[in-house]
Ligand binder design. Structure first.
Ligand SMILES: C[S@@+](CC[C@H](N)C(=O)[O-])C[C@H]1O[C@@H](n2cnc3c(N)ncnc32)[C@H](O)[C@@H]1O
Length: 268
């Protein structure tokens, strides 16, 4: 099929790893995040951060400072006012939080997450691995949207994989949260939202492990949906150009960028 990545699992897809658009061919052939190989990547990643030497950590810190000096983004996982709320006991639902990598990063950033305050909604496979690392008091792993209330929802590198992202707003109404923080999600200007196919090639493995549908959301549409559900949208960081990953798309679908967003509930 034209413009489709036919690289088999285990092979090395030609870069960029985003192929499409999705409408041009049928749905994905292999689940990426549900594969055993994704779990191997998660284990490798966990070991790499857990076993990092003080020298590795020092180099990482210097790289972050250098990025700040040359004007690129330098931030912790969430903005500092969310860090303060979490340290003060705010409850967090981390949708797509995997085995707990965001939680781990929050702790590295010095956030004092209160016992029982942090839940992750992701696959059971991810939860099984996470439970070998964290106690139930640290993270409560869920595989269904909970009935309980939360203060903050995190969507870190996850919104783009949720098929019906608009339905999340009804979920927020049920959860009663006042904040949603979105990071590492691609948005688009000047064209309608579209779906592409991503050949998933985790950095710790370096070969294709499967495919996932990737939604690129038109920013204007996202703002309109937020406004309709009484959410104020604040851009948190400078936008990061992501267009080099979309060179296989028609020209008007390449203006893609990452933008961290804070949604705050407004009065009804
Ligand atoms: C790219 S990973 C992000 C993992 C981690 N949060 C990070 O920042 O690297 C995307 C995660 O979203 C999860 N995911 C995909 N669709 C989901 C859905 N509908 N509900 C909950 N989690 C989902 C996947 O299982 C995967 O762990």
């Amino acid at each position: 099929m034209e413009n489709r990545d036919t690289t088999p699992v285990g092979g090395i897809s030609p870069q960029p790893y985003f192929w499409g658009p999705f409408d041009g061919f049928q749905a994905i052939s292999q689940g990426g995040f549900s594969s055993d190989a994704w779990l191997v990547h998660c284990e490798n990643y966990y070991h790499s951060i857990r076993d990092a030497s003080p020298l590795d950590n020092g180099i990482k810190k210097l790289q972050k400072i250098a990025k700040r000096v040359i004007g690129r983004d330098f931030r912790t996982l969430v903005p500092s006012h969310l860090e303060r709320k979490i340290s003060a006991g705010a409850s967090v639902l981390d949708i797509g939080g995997g085995w707990g990598d965001n939680y781990y990063q929050l702790k590295l950033d010095g956030v004092n997450v209160q016992p029982g305050a942090y839940c992750i909604l992701d696959s059971e496979k991810q939860a099984a691995f996470g439970k070998t690392i964290f106690s139930p008091a640290e993270i409560n792993f869920l595989s269904e949207i909970p009935k309980s209330q939360f203060d903050i929802v995190l969507l870190i590198s996850t919104l783009q994989y949720i098929e019906d992202w608009k339905s999340l707003f009804a979920t927020f109404d049920r959860l009663g949260n006042d904040y949603v923080y979105i990071a590492r999600t691609p948005f688009l200007d000047g064209a309608a939202s579209f779906c592409a196919v991503q050949s998933l090639t985790p950095p710790t493995l370096g070969h294709k492990i499967g495919e996932e549908n990737l939604h690129i959301i038109a920013f204007s549409e996202f703002e309109a949906v937020c406004a309709a559900h009484n959410w104020r949208v604040k851009k948190v960081s400078r936008r990061q150009n992501y267009s080099k990953h979309f060179t296989r798309m028609p020209e008007n679908q390449r203006n893609v960028y990452y933008q961290c967003l804070m949604l705050e509930k407004t009065a009804e």
